[in-house]
Design a protein around this ligand. Structure first.
Ligand SMILES: NC(=O)c1ccc[n+]([C@@H]2O[C@H](COP(=O)([O-])OP(=O)(O)OC[C@H]3O[C@@H](n4cnc5c(N)ncnc54)[C@H](O)[C@@H]3O)[C@@H](O)[C@H]2O)c1
Length: 429
């Protein structure tokens, strides 16, 4: 099939590479010339394991193309995937990037096309797209389909190739048959295929993200209780997770949830609730609790440091919102690090994906490796769970005798740390 992907970021690039790998001819479009130039040279602008190799192979086979020419890319394609960003402005999804793309599609509707929103868009966005494209005038020239994307950064290729489910929101039989054929190789490998109404598909994405954010926030609050009642939150999570109705995933206590999806999608869902006069009180509470978590962990750091933050060297291992990605969007470190600097701390950080220019302060230093980041540390903060942070010999990586470790991902055993006489603090234990 001839596919056009508009927006070549985390979702667009991964989807484009994977669809081309399934044998389709895919043109990935982006308005950012620099990104397209890099991609045409086989340089991947984001960190995503396995993506480089997949792009290289399919570029060579000429099944994968990159372009800034949106008009010709739309005209020659049968299926158009909208994969541009949908950030929130004033707690509402900002759909200007989506609607700009729709306007371009409208001027290039030369034959029947399926227009698919893979971007996360609020309930009824598909209806609005249909209106912009003027369904009355352009009848039989297009179908608008919702196909939400559930991939996780860091695991994106695997998630795309082996999704738990493929959700297709459309009432059009023609569009549904084409979309099912497109996903057939994944369905044959065992992925569930669900055809629903377009609005249901739009809501499935938001409801799923809000539920996962709720699960994280729930275990984070239970961790707060565990800290005060001498209980290990991991025992609680294991005990809960073994119940099939609950499941063990997303029950790991840690920093506030961040990233490019959960924070904005929970806010946008609440705003959709308001439009439809529905109070989504659980989601509202989750958002509030998560926002408070950064301050709660900052207070914990103060307690760990006995209120002496000024002139202390604090090292951060990992600054992205989780391991396996270079995505800094809404990472808890973006609030924590500047706040510690304001209190007089000197920060050294190491980030495996190399985020050198994330912080603008002379008191924040990017380091090339773990040792460089930790050598003068009074406090080492493990912020993300990269494998390379999991077996550190803390006494060797820092020169200070009285250093402390705050492990926000519970990577180490408290008893081992005690045995090794390391002043160790973690979450909910
Ligand atoms: N990142 C994730 O893990 C993830 C997972 C599932 C769903 N989503 C959703 O997918 C959507 C895209 O997210 P992302 O993280 O890939 O965003 P991104 O910011 O990484 O990429 C968006 C790309 O769109 C391009 N763009 C903007 N306007 C354009 C236009 N008019 N024409 C061509 N290109 C244009 C931008 O230059 C950018 O490269 C969002 O709605 C997001 O919520 C993201």
């Amino acid at each position: 099939m001839k596919i056009c992907i508009i927006g070549s970021g985390y979702v667009g690039l991964v989807s484009g590479a994977c669809f081309s790998d399934l044998g389709n001819t895919v043109t990935c479009v982006d308005i950012n010339k620099e990104i397209v130039e890099k991609l045409n040279k086989g340089i991947i602008p984001i960190y995503e394991p396995g993506l480089q190799e997949m792009v290289e192979i399919n570029l060579k086979k000429k099944r994968l193309l990159f372009s800034t020419d949106i008009s010709s890319s739309i005209k020659k394609s049968d299926i158009i995937f909208i994969c541009v960003g949908t950030p929130t402005i004033n707690n509402k999804a900002d759909l200007k990037y989506v609607y700009n793309v729709v306007k371009s599609i409208k001027s290039n509707l030369n034959k029947y096309k399926i227009i698919v929103t893979k971007s996360t868009v609020p309930v009824s966005t598909g209806d609005k797209i249909e209106k912009i494209l003027n369904l009355k005038k352009n009848k039989n020239k297009f179908d608008v389909v919702s196909n939400p994307e559930f991939l996780r950064e860091g695991e994106a290729i695997r998630d795309f190739q082996y999704p738990d489910r493929v959700v297709i929101g459309t009432n059009s039989k023609k569009a549904n048959t084409t979309m099912k054929n497109l996903y057939l190789p994944l369905i044959k490998k065992g992925s569930r295929y669900i055809n629903t109404s377009r609005r249901s598909a739009e809501l499935i994405k938001y409801a799923s993200n809000a539920f996962l954010a709720t699960k994280i926030t729930f275990i984070n609050e239970i961790a707060n209780l565990c800290e005060k009642s001498h209980i290990d939150v991991q025992d609680v999570a294991t005990g809960m997770g073994l119940d099939d109705r609950i499941g063990s995933r997303f029950l790991r206590a840690g920093p506030a949830y961040g990233g490019s999806c959960f924070p904005k999608d929970t806010r946008a869902l609440v705003s959709t609730g308001q439009i439809f006069k529905t109070n989504l009180s659980v989601v509202k509470t989750v958002i509030r609790s998560n926002e408070k978590r950064n301050n709660l962990l900052l207070d914990r750091i103060k307690i760990i440091m006995k209120n002496k933050i000024k002139n202390k060297n604090i090292s951060f291992l990992g600054v992205t919102f989780k391991s396996g990605t270079d995505d800094m969007r809404e990472s808890p470190s973006l609030k924590m690090i500047p706040s510690l600097v304001k209190k007089g701390a000197f920060i050294s950080y190491y980030e495996p994906t190399g985020q050198k220019k994330q912080f603008k302060s002379k008191n924040i230093t990017y380091c090339e490796n773990i040792k460089e980041a930790c050598q003068n540390a009074d406090l080492i903060i493990i912020h993300t769970e990269w494998n390379e942070f999991k077996q550190l010999n803390f006494k060797k990586i820092t020169k200070k005798r009285k250093f402390k470790v705050f492990d926000m991902r519970n990577l180490y055993s408290t008893s081992e740390m005690k045995k090794n006489k390391i002043n160790y603090f973690s979450i909910g234990r």
